[in-house]
Design a binder for this molecule. Structure first.
Ligand SMILES: [Zn+2]
Length: 442
């Protein structure tokens, strides 16, 4: 109960009240709404497993709605957007919540309101994956464009630099200016800094920094929430490989109605019609804060392997493929020295419905896998040394990049059972393969 109070009163009472009403009137509808919006599907399972975390999560979980843009989204839009049909019940809960708050008021003074590290960064007692995957995402088709002012980009660059160097005090200052929420999560004795968009818009990315990493690997999920399971997978790989950082997109790749200046065509947002990538697609626009964060992280840990995690539809055309691994460059990796190729070899006989193939092994061409090799992905091009990552693909790369396209069956355990991911044969095998391909630092 004490812990509960500490968590709930991290926020002002009135905001707590709004959140309480929003999530308490009809939790199952609330959870269904999250799923419908393409948000985290493991939310419900976690609610059942850990009652304390569930309380915290439910209070923290942003009730996003297309019409909500202000930071007080919860207060102004949370209830109507989720519980339109349940006004009476909501009023009853409001009355109850007032009583509860009044009753608790005497015991909750300002001094007991929060636990903070010495640098002022809020400590939250929530599983790392639950926290990251419950961040907000701007929904498909919800934004006119995805422009970011130059000043914000510059400030954000400094913010990520300060996070990377663990300058907590300056990072906390910058977080405030940028409308970012910066928290620390302690999991199994390991400390992570997590920075997420706190503007209420769900536009910008979430960054997770491992404060004591053991392996030079950066995990990126640029297509969250569109490609389910990839956010959970990025954080699980970061945690279990003891990597340096994870980067998860904010806005849905199809959030914006405007287009990127970079090359490449897709029909993901307009099925049946090939068009340019929307500028909200973090993998295809150099002018997003996702890419800014990528540039800083990949430069700060300039030997680190950068992994870009993706989800593809099931490959039902000819020989089935479940996992396509690429080093992001067009050339064959003849000597099989690139980590991407090594990963493909290490995953050779994994039990999956379809084959595991590489874009850089001629021998794998016989499988006629879908051409999903990341050649137009700008983080790929950057890490592979491209002079113009917006326009040119790379023939011969640096070997620092791994692009993974995974079918739905492989991603499902991450999305739906992440708290028991060690029970999944593919996930377990992937961790082992990564450990053999990217050795721990001496
Ligand atoms: Zn993708």
């Amino acid at each position: 109960m004490i812990k509960f109070l500490r968590l709930t009163f991290l926020r002002p009472v009135e905001r707590f009240l709004a959140q309480w009403i929003s999530v308490s009137t009809e939790p199952s509808a609330f959870v269904r709404e999250r799923i419908r919006l393409g948000d985290t599907t493991n939310f419900l399972k976690q609610l059942k497993r850990e009652s304390l975390s569930s309380v915290c999560l439910r209070l923290q979980f942003p009730l996003k709605h297309a019409n909500c843009t202000s930071s007080d989204c919860l207060l102004s839009c949370g209830r109507p957007s989720v519980h339109r049909a349940d006004e009476v019940n909501a009023k009853a809960w409001a009355a109850f919540a007032v009583v509860v708050v009044a009753a608790l008021g005497a015991t909750v003074g300002p001094a007991a309101s929060e636990e903070a590290a010495p640098d002022g960064i809020e400590i939250v007692d929530v599983p790392l994956i639950a926290w990251v995957t419950s961040r907000a995402h701007a929904l498909a088709d919800s934004l006119v464009n995805f422009t970011t002012a130059d000043g914000r980009t510059e400030q954000f660059r400094e913010f990520i630099e300060k996070l990377a160097t663990l300058d907590r005090t300056r990072a906390a200052e910058l977080a405030k200016d940028l409308h970012y929420q910066l928290v620390e999560i302690d999991e199994d004795g390991k400390k992570y800094l997590v920075a997420s968009d706190d503007s209420g818009s769900g536009r910008d990315p979430t960054i997770v920094i491992n404060t004591a990493p053991a392996r030079d690997i950066i995990l990126e999920a640029p297509h969250v929430p569109f490609e389910f399971g990839t956010a959970e997978q990025a954080v699980i790989l970061l945690r279990d490989l003891d990597g340096v950082a994870a980067l998860v997109s904010g806005a849905h790749r199809c959030a914006s109605k405007s287009f990127t200046a970079c090359d490449g065509k897709t029909e993901v947002c307009t099925p049946g019609t090939q068009r340019q990538f929307p500028d909200s697609d973090a993998g295809h626009n150099t002018r997003t804060l996702f890419h800014t964060a990528h540039l800083v992280l990949a430069d700060h840990w300039n030997k680190a392997i950068v992994v870009s995690l993706h989800g593809m539809g099931d490959d039902n055309d000819g020989l089935r493929t479940s996992l396509i691994i690429s080093d992001g460059a067009r050339a064959e990796d003849l000597d099989r020295t690139h980590p991407a190729t090594k990963l493909r070899v290490a995953m050779e006989d994994v039990a999956a419905p379809g084959k595991v193939v590489s874009c850089n092994l001629l021998a794998d061409e016989q499988h006629e896998a879908p051409p999903l090799c990341g050649f137009t992905n700008i983080q790929d091009r950057n890490v592979n040394g491209d002079a113009d990552e917006c326009r040119d693909s790379v023939d011969q790369g640096t070997g620092r990049f791994i692009h993974m396209e995974q079918d739905k069956i492989l991603r499902k355990p991450y999305a739906q059972n992440w708290s028991h991911i060690e029970d999944d044969a593919f996930a377990k095998r992937l961790i082992e393969a990564f450990k053999s391909v990217v050795p721990a630092n001496p």
